[in-house]
Design a protein around this ligand. Sequence first.
Ligand SMILES: Cc1cc2nc3c(=O)[nH]c(=O)nc-3n(C[C@H](O)[C@H](O)[C@H](O)COP(=O)(O)OP(=O)(O)OC[C@H]3O[C@@H](n4cnc5c(N)ncnc54)[C@H](O)[C@@H]3O)c2cc1C
Length: 509
Amino acid sequence: MKLGIIGGGIGGLAVAWNLNTDKDNNIMLADAEIHIFEAEDRFGGNAETKEFNFGNGPGFEKEPLIRWADMGVNDFNIPAYLNIVDVMKKIGFTKGKDYRNLEDSTTYYNTMGHAMTANSTPDGKPDPWWGTAMPEDLRASVDDFMKTGGADGDNEKFHDYTMEDYINYGTETYKWDPRLGPEIIYPRVNGMYFTSGPLGPRAMPFAAVMHYYKIQEGAGSSGADRNYFVGGASKWIDALVEYMKANMPNMIFHAGFKAQVVPNGDNADYTVRNTTKGAVSAPVTCSHICIATPADVALRAMAGGDAPGNRGLPQKAANIMSQVTYETAISVAHTDSRLMPVNRNAWSTYNIVIHEPGSVALKPYVINYVANRHQNDAANAEFNKFGLPEFFVSVNPHIPVAEDKVLKDTSGNAAVANLKHFVFDFDCMQAQTDILPQQGVNNIFYASGWTMGSGLHTECWTQGTKVAAMIMEHAQSDGASVDKNPRPTRAALISERLGAAAAGQLPAH
Ligand SMILES: Cc1cc2nc3c(=O)[nH]c(=O)nc-3n(C[C@H](O)[C@H](O)[C@H](O)COP(=O)(O)OP(=O)(O)OC[C@H]3O[C@@H](n4cnc5c(N)ncnc54)[C@H](O)[C@@H]3O)c2cc1C
């Protein structure tokens, strides 16, 4: 088998890793050749780190001070990312050296810069959920929502509920404070990267939101243990790729290869061509394809439409992928403190701009990171004095960042990144269900974030494990995997994926 994986983000890398051609493990597909095609010069996709040279200064007289910031993927919660932690162990990536606790604090503030709620305590220690400046009654409702909602997210009864349906239900049934939805939960959900539409967080599937909270923040369980990658998320991806290159001889990595996949007319193969301008790389012929790009990109990268001999992207799969929509994020690293809450004491690691209580979404996911807090400078001997220098990352800045305050990376380029994430709405949940019977049809498989839950790193990895198993089974059988993957009901898929036991990674609640 010659497999072409299109996309070298964590989704594609997870499939490759789980095909298990590691020389230390069972070589399940000993004669397989696995090509990983990545359009950019680096692997990682949304995991993108930039480095900055801040020059010389106290303590950095001889060598310049080099610091870094993650533009997209930047943290993970150990209890929910055990699959990733296992791989890290294997490649020698360890806690303390390669990843560390971040300061898990959040401030919500309005567009005028006034902080509304924060969850860091005055001594800088993170408070379990919220904390300052919140009336006791409301706070009790928030705590109860996180606990009760975290558990109810798994309950089939609520699988068709929107956030608004569930908040209204809880306000009636659990007697939650009526301010809970408009003043806390809707603005808070608006600070996610996968809301969309005019009703924003109110119209989002309740199960989807709780799924995200469960993974990222331990909702419905004992809380979170959030960590950052020392040197940035790209360090983890680079280490993973280096390990695979050194230990998995069947893997062939192609960076700078913007793939276009064309079915060959008269045989069972696909030709993967590099459409990068000026590229001279030879096309690669593959018997199987795994698409690990965003769904909308895949529609452009894959020719097909049920070509003769059942080659190419099946029309059904194309229809499913076209149901998945995307939000783009512009991420900027800078030193412009005007984007932060006016009161400096209210600054947290995560600073989320919300809209006035009661308003609906304007632009989703406006968030400003204080990089020094994210990298826990307070506990970092080298940088234990904040402000040397203080710098930020803004995703979707709500006011323009002053041009002279945008950081330049070590190559001299403005530190700006364009990233995208699918919208986790009811259509996407349906697409995740519908794509299952399509896995393997015409020798094409589907990985990447949109195919699994909210598409966080841990879920991309879980999906990579599942897809790799399907590919192996497919390659060793007659190739007809379509009947082996019947389409589940949406409720069944949600239960399987959201249930703590099925995920096998989340702490009991
Ligand atoms: C702003 C932001 C912050 C996030 N923060 C976190 C976080 O902290 N923790 C977390 O777990 N998750 C986070 N996520 C979610 C994150 O997107 C996923 O965890 C994961 O990185 C998605 O991986 P992927 O491989 O599915 O897609 P991507 O990361 O999008 O990778 C797809 C890859 O395909 C490549 N590609 C596209 N077209 C082609 C082509 N024609 N040929 C070859 N290659 C192609 C792209 O260049 C890209 O490298 C964040 C997402 C965003 C947008």
